[in-house]
Design a protein. Structure first.
Length: 190
C-alpha cells in the first residue's frame, strides 16, 4: 500500500508540476501579449500626438508663404460722432486663423490694399466679442492696435512695438492694425 500511495503521490506531484508549468507558460504568453498590446497602444498614441502637433498652424508655421496678396481687401467706413460724416478706407481683412496668425509678420509696410486708396491697415475679424490677444512677432513696423466692440465703438488703442512677443490683450470683436491713431469719436460702420 505504501508503494501505491507513493506512486499516486508522485503522479499527483507530476500532474501538479505539469499544471504549474502550463499555467506559467500561459501567464507568460498573456504577459507577452499585454506587453505587445501596450507597446502597440503607445506607438498609436505617439503617432496621434505627432499628427496633431504637426497640423497646428502655430507649430508648423502654416502661415509661412502668406503675403499681403493673400488677404482679401475690403472697404470700411468710420463715422464721426460730431458730424455724422463717413470716412471710407480700405483694409486687408484677417478673418481666418492662418491669416490672423500671420498678420503683418515679415511686412516692411502697411501695403497698398491692392492699389486702392487710402489703405488704412489690417482689420482682424472675430465671430464674437472676446478677449483678443495680439503680438508683434516678426513684425518689422510699429503699429497702432485699435480694439472695437460689436457696435463698432473704439474700446482701446495701444502702440505696438516691432518684434515684440509680449501679448497685448483687450476685450473686443475687431482689431485694426494701422500706422495712425484714430479719434476716439470714430465708429466703425461697415
Amino acid at each position: 500500500m505504501v508503494k501505491e500511495d507513493f506512486k499516486i503521490k508522485a503522479d499527483k506531484n507530476a500532474k501538479d508540476a505539469a499544471g504549474e508549468a502550463k499555467e506559467k507558460k500561459y501567464n507568460m504568453q498573456q504577459f507577452s501579449k499585454g506587453i505587445k498590446y501596450g507597446f502597440f497602444i503607445t506607438i498609436i498614441f505617439i503617432i496621434a500626438v505627432f499628427i496633431l502637433l504637426t497640423n497646428l498652424p502655430i507649430l508648423n508655421n502654416k502661415s509661412a508663404g502668406i503675403t499681403l496678396a493673400n488677404f482679401p481687401v475690403r472697404e470700411i467706413g468710420f463715422k464721426t460722432l460730431s458730424s455724422n460724416q463717413i470716412n471710407n478706407y480700405y483694409v486687408y481683412v484677417a478673418a481666418t486663423l492662418p491669416l490672423q496668425l500671420h498678420g503683418y509678420m515679415n511686412s516692411s509696410s502697411l501695403g497698398n490694399c491692392d492699389n486702392k486708396s487710402p489703405c488704412l491697415g489690417m482689420l482682424f475679424l472675430f465671430n464674437k466679442t472676446q478677449d483678443i490677444c495680439m503680438w508683434m512677432k516678426n513684425t518689422k513696423i510699429p503699429l497702432e492696435q485699435i480694439w472695437f466692440n460689436s457696435a463698432g465703438d473704439i474700446v482701446n488703442e495701444t502702440a505696438a512695438h516691432p518684434y515684440s512677443v509680449n501679448n497685448i490683450c483687450n476685450y473686443g470683436q475687431f482689431v485694426l492694425e494701422t500706422n495712425r491713431t484714430l479719434p476716439m469719436n470714430y465708429i466703425l460702420t461697415t
